[in-house]
Design a protein around this ligand. Structure first.
Ligand SMILES: [Cu+2]
Length: 181
């Protein structure tokens, strides 16, 4: 029976090591934005604040960006990042499906650093905004994003340590007295 507690301690230790070995959010963070589109007014973060160009979006390189796209003006729209600035959605640019009088949820990976114009392919001059994709190390955002994970990791390590110590102490208390010699 003693090996049961030992195995539990080893298991917790492995769990702790595995967690410590993970260096925070190395892959991109999840970012979400909601946009409302209108062919004559532009984009807005709410359906009463639509303008052109507005609003500006900021993410980090490698982020998984989820957009909730809305339109209710009766015409087709899409959303794309005009990486090369030619006004067209190209094969190597993030391009959403078309949407009309509906809400769609679509995601892409921010795979190029810089500040770009996002547009609608059907209204490329009246529906525009800026998106900044920050490269690692050139801004404060990555540090700010990582901080909660670092704190959570530290707290988790403390909890695991207390759990291991508790199991160990209980095991010692429960041990039968040594057999008479
Ligand atoms: Cu449009």
């Amino acid at each position: 029976m003693a090996s049961h507690a030992s195995r539990l301690i080893v298991g917790l230790a492995v769990l702790l090591l595995a967690f410590v070995a993970v260096p925070g959010p190395a892959a991109g963070a999840d970012r979400t934005f909601t946009l409302y589109g209108d062919s004559s007014l532009g984009w807005g973060s709410t359906n009463t604040t639509i303008g052109n160009p507005v609003p500006a979006l900021s993410v980090d390189l490698g982020d998984n960006v989820t957009l909730t796209l809305n339109a209710s003006d009766g015409v087709q729209h899409n959303w794309f990042i005009d990486y090369d600035g030619d006004g067209n959605d190209d094969a190597n640019e993030p391009v959403s499906p078309n949407f009309r009088n509906e809400q769609i949820v679509w995601n892409f990976t921010a795979d190029r650093a810089g500040t770009f114009t996002y547009r609608c392919r059907f209204h490329p001059t009246t529906m525009t905004g800026n998106i900044t994709i920050a490269a690692p190390g050139n801004g404060t955002a990555p540090t700010g994003d990582a901080l909660p994970y670092v704190i959570a990791g530290g707290l988790f390590a403390v909890v695991v340590f207390i759990a291991i110590a508790t199991v160990y102490m209980r095991r010692k208390k429960a041990s039968p007295p040594p057999p008479p010699t």
